[in-house]
Design a protein around this ligand. Sequence first.
Ligand SMILES: Cc1cc2nc3c(=O)[nH]c(=O)nc-3n(C[C@H](O)[C@H](O)[C@H](O)COP(=O)(O)OP(=O)(O)OC[C@H]3O[C@@H](n4cnc5c(N)ncnc54)[C@H](O)[C@@H]3O)c2cc1C
Length: 384
Amino acid sequence: MRGRFDIGIIGGGIIGMALARALAKRGAKVAVIDAGATIPAATNAAAGMLAPSFECGGATTQSLQHFSMASLAAWPTFAASLEEETGIEIDYQNNGILGVFYDDIEWSKARKTCENLRQRGSAVDVMTGEEARRIEPALSNKVIGAMHARQDGQVDPRKALIALRAGFAKTKGEAIAGRVVQVSREEGGYILETDQGDHIAASKIVLASGVAAKTALIPGLEPPPIFAVKGDAVALSIPDNLLRKVVRAPGAYLCPKAGRRLVIGASEAPYCEDLTVDQSATDGLVRNGTRAVPALRNVDVTERWAGLRPATPDGAPLLGRDPDGPEDVFLALGHYRNGVLLAPESAEVLAEELIGSGAVRSATMEAFRPDRFRQIQQARQCRV
Ligand SMILES: Cc1cc2nc3c(=O)[nH]c(=O)nc-3n(C[C@H](O)[C@H](O)[C@H](O)COP(=O)(O)OP(=O)(O)OC[C@H]3O[C@@H](n4cnc5c(N)ncnc54)[C@H](O)[C@@H]3O)c2cc1C
């Protein structure tokens, strides 16, 4: 037996690691088992935008909007404390995101969106192309208008994951490399067996395995309704200070990182699980990026990659216990396009649910309950 833990987390992407951190801070002895060597984490493919003003419009439920804004508000403390604890810089910035438009129709839509966003508390402004170029001089003259979300931001997700792992290494918990291949019930908890031959005992378990969670693993737990949405992205090496903040243009978003690195994302291919980089999709991203920032015409592509976003049918995460599933098994899944943004708040609400004082389920946990799709189906059957 490798060890006995209060909580075993299957999956050490940003969601699993942020949760491990929140649980360890509450005194729990946690094991994180991660198969990153064989199943790449979506976290390492992310661009790291913290962009609720752009990502949570239209059909997004109010619960997800509130949750996203709460998580954005949690990021400054989350980032500062993580950097302080580990000495690792994660390049967190909350200097705003600029959405740019080339035609009147899109810009007038943006002005309406802006009104809605303001009503729900986002700090957003609309501005002319000229005003946008005063903020980001490298923007094309073809940009006729922009929406500036002043509190949105970004982080480097790869660095954030490294820092979370380094911080976790200082707790009484253990990070174990390997893929959990079998879960069995034992008196007072579960035994997790890995493909490396390790056996880990845990009183409670959390499934935070991203897209892989759709395959049955835990006896008595119906496979969660997770599906992959592949995303390709690309990095360029840019001149110093070409851009200062994230720019979202039609067909590409541009995220300037430390070290003169510009990440441009991202394609969307639902149900595609092939991690081969789509050359034409990444070429398209560079083309769309260059349309917004013409100076990119002369810069080198340094990396192309693909990752799998863990999506759900309604685009919102699955958090907490499935009431029809086994006792003491919790889900932290389905963060789709916004797992980096939502990590701090997901970790807090789940840690409270797992070992916190609140016996009452929070409204957030209720909105993201893992059985909600089954509930809808049952309600429909009842009406027939
Ligand atoms: C191209 C792209 C761009 C993105 N851009 C953004 C963005 O700008 N902002 C944002 O907020 N989000 C973004 N996302 C989404 C974000 O990456 C995801 O929502 C987030 O990373 C999900 O985190 P996770 O921890 O749930 O899953 P993952 O990061 O996928 O981690 C799951 C982990 O579980 C492990 N695992 C799986 N099965 C097992 C098993 N049986 N045993 C042990 N371990 C297992 C895997 O190895 C993996 O390490 C983007 C995603 C992509 C692909």
